[in-house]
Ligand binder design. Sequence first.
Ligand SMILES: *Cc1c(COP(=O)(O)O)cnc(C)c1O
Length: 483
Amino acid sequence: MPTKHTTRQVVRKEVLLSEYRTHEAEKADFSSSEHPLLKKAREPESAFPHLSEVELMRHYHRLGKSNYSWDDGLYPLGSCTMKYNPLINERVAAHGAVQNLHPTLPLEHTQAVLRIIFETESMLKTLLDLPGVTLQPAAGAHGELIGVLMVQKYFEAKGEKRETIIIPESAHGTNPASAAMAGFKTVKVGARENGLTNLEELEKLLSPDIAALMITNPNTLGIFEVDIARIKAMLDKVGALLYIDGANLNALVGKISFTAMGADLTQLNLHKTFSTPHGGGGPGQGALGVSERMLPFLPKEQVRLKDPTNREKGYEFFNPTQTIGQVKSWYGQFGNILRAWTYLKTWGSDAHRIAETAVMNANYLRVKLKDILTLASENPSMHEVVFSQDGLEKRGLTTANLAKALLDYGFYAPTIYFPLNVHGAIMIEPTETESKAEMDLFIEAVHAIYENADQHKAGAQKTFVTQIDETGAARNPVLSWGS
Ligand SMILES: *Cc1c(COP(=O)(O)O)cnc(C)c1O
């Protein structure tokens, strides 16, 4: 029977450092000239682990290897756009000329920083076809909050009091959260059979108390809200604003005008569409695009040319006339703005190909998987494809079983059980950076799991930790070790 300390090779169990090695042989007595701190560490009652450098290094290396990243394979986490982050972004962000800049330097020494912010905003304005973009949001949800604060200010300036924002039932949880943080009440509008917003229901909810509709397009079922222009006209009738959650821009980048869709506000996630690190890889970075009538309410410290007719004169900050105020200190996550700038410059006028390939890849997976998984909507997929659990149930499997089994096949799991209006949702977003060969492997894995259903009901077998009691972990979390 292997001991606790040798089982790692068998089941890949990694013990905590403090459990690592406590047997007597390690507690050798050193000379009395030893430093008192070291001596204390070697005392039998000390919880300080007794490890050599190589043991310590291997412990962390093994932990590191148990992570899953884009570098390992397909990362189909729907709604998160886990695309490959090109290494050229890192090279540029690590450039000595910008790496050690201090935010308190006088503006004449940070003109290059202002220029990169200005150019990134300009490129995003062109891609969205909107008159204003700010890079002040620290992330997508922060962009939403800034957006709804601007909605509030807009009505305040008109002398109107509007207290409610309408949000479709399939919305990302951050939408109602942002609206509530800004002090709005939220009401839910349902979806039709095909997953699109229910216009009859929307009509009934509209009144002069409605400040805005916050809608995601493409929505979280991965389908395009084809009635967006009609929705805009309905909102106009009651003087309400249109907020489009643009986190799913990967499906639309360079392909559609947000002005034509009627957007007053739309936040983007540079860490999704514009390939900056994402999910444990560093801070996010958002952007907020706005229509003409929202420009005066933008946050403080927007960047502009000192002289619009002469770039040579440089850049400066300015405060819009009816600004909502300060929302971010210094220059934002400048390292990420620089990575997004690099990405945008790399694509240039070809940026629309991002969306074309992303949509093609999602539809490839849709076609190859729809015979065994059940589609959540018959409408064509945009950047992601969403299935319900119905197909899996025929084999006695749940969505969670599929997600865990995929880990055993060497893939990251898709987003599951979101959106809430799909029974056991499975949300797969391959992004444009996956090859056909990698997607074929994934398709094969899903088919193998479906066919060998009986082997996959007990959770993942080959992962670092298996058979987690998820309900117990959620209801009775034990957040410390050893007590
Ligand atoms: C990711 C996402 C958000 C939130 O963005 P964060 O950068 O994680 O704050 C909001 N809405 C949708 C639809 C998203 O996919």
